[in-house]
Design a protein around this ligand. Sequence first.
Ligand SMILES: [Zn+2]
Length: 64
Amino acid sequence: MSEQACRNCNKIIGSKNSKSCPVCHLTSFSSDWAGYVIIIDATRSQIAKRLNIEIPGKYALKVR
Ligand SMILES: [Zn+2]
């Protein structure tokens, strides 16, 4: 799997532009992650609330 996930907020980042996380701006990524959700409306999504996601996008469920 070439995509990486942010260790801080679980945002999945494509391998091309992985200098810093577009959500939290940290630079700690892991390629060892499992499952993902796509959040479209963060204010209405129960999953987004549970994962503390405020910005729509693709997020890993588990990042190791
Ligand atoms: Zn992040």
